[in-house]
Design a protein around this ligand. Structure first.
Ligand code: GLY
Ligand code: MN
Ligand code: MN
Length: 441
């Protein structure tokens, strides 16, 4: 494993702590979660913790000391000890010594020593870098360490006088992806795109949504992805108009559309792709009309992604195209400006066009700076996912009932505009129909 990206990130965080007056940062990883009785959910490290360490065992804490004080700068890992008996059951543990060497920390200690060492680590530091309010147990644990420091005031020990939000500092770093992250996101996008191609080949009337979900899980794991990045949505017929449909248990019928929103996680990084296609491999006239509208809205949104544009520019571009199209299809009446002003379009397009993408599918990073939408910059990754969802209603032309379409790709902001990472998933009607026809022949 190449630890350099993780060493670089720790150094950059310490540099930004230094420029804010220094201090000590404390970052625990995620805890194991019970699913039922003694069975646990598959373990996944905390995103921030993985970002800075690459170390994915549970029961670990990272302590970073900035450069202002004698002891700094220093990186310290607390982790589980080696345990030959437990390792027979659950597998290898690095232990502090192995983790220090493999992952490049200045020091490593047993997690069992943390509470005893914590007061000494925070004493006389100018600031504590910790995110309050996320994990009550950690707030209490740090509170106990502060109390222990105060008890030593006559020995010249004093607690930090300020607290900085550690996650806020890391969110800014995570918003701009480095080369290591972009390489992983490209691969996560490729794997998910391959799975979408597989789904297009396997879908047909009479099969169940879960059979298609199984194709995704198979392709993800086959290519080394550890997990789906979020619960896979395989929504046929009316389910396509339910934004977070996850039952995936319906038998798909001839003439219906199938909306699939599925992405994988690779070494901590997500892809997020939606494709919508006909179960029988041929778009009907009304399906084609709405599909081409959403495709045009997406093209307009993608054209709006470039450095200097603000975060909502792609959404505004998509809404303009969708609003005009909804009027043309007689789903709405009036002028484009009126439909946008009154937000009448939200009846058929009720979500935003983009979100940040990274380690978390809805990734961290502020969407606004003060009152202004964030300005896009190279290295940011965002989704572009316009849609149109037409539920049956008396005032809606019957031909469009239950047509739900979303097209979602992942865009990396580049110096000149953006690069779509997910182009390997077929998108045009011609490409989708050709792939599905080929699979049947
Ligand atoms: N799959 C979640 C989303 O598209 O935002
Ligand atoms: Mn998305
Ligand atoms: Mn999605």
């Amino acid at each position: 494993m190449d630890i350099q990206p993780f060493l670089d990130r720790r150094a950059r965080l310490i540099a930004s702590m230094d420029s804010a007056g220094g201090g000590v940062a404390i970052l625990p990883t995620a805890t194991e979660k019970t699913r039922n009785r003694d069975a646990t959910y598959p373990y996944r490290a905390d995103s921030y913790f993985h970002y800075l360490t690459g170390f994915d065992e549970p029961e670990a804490v990272l302590v970073l000391i900035a450069g202002q004080v004698d002891a700094g700068p220093k990186t310290i890992l607390f982790c589980r000890d080696r345990d030959p008996d437990k390792e027979i059951w659950d597998g290898y543990r690095y232990g502090p010594e192995g983790a220090q060497q493999t992952f490049g920390f200045d020091e490593a200690h047993s997690i069992a020593a943390l509470d005893e060492m914590l007061p000494g680590l925070i004493a006389n530091q100018p600031a504590l870098w910790h995110s309050l309010g996320f994990e009550p147990e950690w707030d209490a644990r740090i509170g106990r360490a502060l109390t222990a420091v105060r008890a030593q005031s006559r020995a010249g020990k004093r607690p930090p006088t300020s607290v900085h939000d550690l996650r806020a500092a890391l969110d800014e770093m995570r918003l701009i992806k480095d080369g290591h992250e972009i390489a992983l996101m490209r691969r996560a996008a490729d794997i998910a795109a391959a799975a979408h191609r597989r789904a297009m080949r396997e879908a047909r009337p009479g099969r169940h949504e879960y059979e298609i979900e199984a194709e995704f899980l198979h392709e993800f794991r086959r290519q080394g992805s550890q997990f789906p990045a979020y619960t896979t949505i395989v929504a046929s017929g009316p389910g396509a108009c339910v934004l977070h449909y996850v039952n995936n248990d319906r038998q798909m019928q001839d003439g219906e559309l199938l909306l699939i929103d599925a992405g994988c996680e690779l070494d901590g990084y997500a892809s997020d792709i939606t494709r919508t296609f006909p179960v029988n491999g041929r778009f009907s006239g009304p399906q084609e009309d709405v599909y081409e509208l959403v495709e045009a809205a997406q093209a307009a949104a993608i054209a709006a992604i470039k450095p200097g544009a603000h975060f909502m520019a792609p959404h505004e571009a998509a809404v303009k195209v969708l609003a005009q199209g909804m009027i043309d299809l007689k789903l709405l009446h009036g002028s484009v400006d009126a439909v946008i002003e009154s937000e009448a379009y939200k009846r058929f397009y009720m979500h935003r066009t983009s979100h940040w993408l990274g380690m978390d599918v809805h990734d961290v990073g502020e969407y606004k700076t003060g009152d202004e939408w964030r300005v896009l910059a190279p290295g940011m990754v965002l989704t572009v996912e316009p849609g149109c969802y037409i539920r049956p209603a008396d005032d809606v032309p019957a031909a469009f009932h239950n047509i739900g379409i979303r097209i979602e790709d992942d865009a990396l902001v580049t110096p000149d505009g953006c690069e779509i990472l997910t182009t390997a998933a077929p998108k045009s009607i011609a490409d989708i129909e050709a792939l599905m026809a080929e699979a049947k022949s």
